[in-house]
Design a protein around this ligand. Structure first.
Ligand SMILES: [Zn+2]
Ligand SMILES: [Zn+2]
Length: 216
């Protein structure tokens, strides 16, 4: 006879075996939490926090860099505002009176030539119609410029336009700061036109001092 005894059944263990966890303390917040970053010993909250802090730093850095960079376009902008703040608030060509913000800064030599691009004698305020749609506008602008500064001013500008002017960011920053300061003083007080022309002359001299050694 076979006398088989039924094997005693093993009671199955439910779930995962309980492994005793090593105690982990976050190196940032000091709380007992499992590590989300084992190398740096950071809990999941602090990993997120650190990432957010780093992103903020990166953004601040980018902002600072952007503020320090004076592009030609940025210098164009302050130049344009300065020209409109210093001259009479009317179009040089058709004489139409307009508030500063509705006037444009018209260039005799186009902005493609750096040697004259930021030269204050190369620009006068004008209305949009004259600046953009009137074919003889530049000829009118030349006449106005010659009347304003000297009778051969446009010839000087044309000669200058053929020369090379290479501006570094520092050069542009230097010009930008001078123009911006003049713009603020011209905007903050009610100067007469004569006084505004005096500001323009002074700023123009400062500009020439910066670029004279750079023009080739
Ligand atoms: Zn933490
Ligand atoms: Zn006009």
């Amino acid at each position: 006879m076979l006398n088989r005894k039924p094997k005693s059944k093993k009671t199955p263990v439910k779930g995962e075996p309980v492994r005793k966890q090593k105690e982990t303390v976050c190196s940032k917040c000091g709380k007992k939490r499992p590590y989300a970053n084992k190398t740096k010993k950071l809990c999941q909250y602090c990993v997120k926090k650190v990432a957010a802090e780093k992103a903020k730093e990166r953004k601040a850095k980018a902002r600072k860099k952007k503020a320090e960079t004076i592009t030609q376009a940025k210098l164009d902008q302050v130049t344009s505002w300065l020209v409109r703040a210093l001259h009479e608030e009317k179009c040089h060509a058709c004489g139409k009176e307009l508030p500063r913000r509705n006037l444009q800064c018209c260039h005799f030599v186009s902005r493609t030539k750096t040697a004259t691009r930021f030269n204050l004698h190369n620009m006068l305020p004008g209305c949009q119609v004259c600046n953009m749609y009137t074919p003889h506008h530049v000829w009118e602008l030349g006449k106005s410029i010659n009347r304003k500064w000297s009778e051969d001013e446009t010839e000087k500008l044309l000669e200058l336009a053929g020369k090379q002017l290479k501006l570094t960011n520092n050069d542009r920053k230097e010009i930008y700061d001078i123009y911006l300061e003049a713009l603020h003083s011209a905007e903050n007080r009610e100067y007469s036109l004569d006084e505004r022309m005096q500001i323009l002359d002074a700023v123009y001299e400062d500009y020439l001092r910066i670029v004279e050694k750079l023009i080739k």
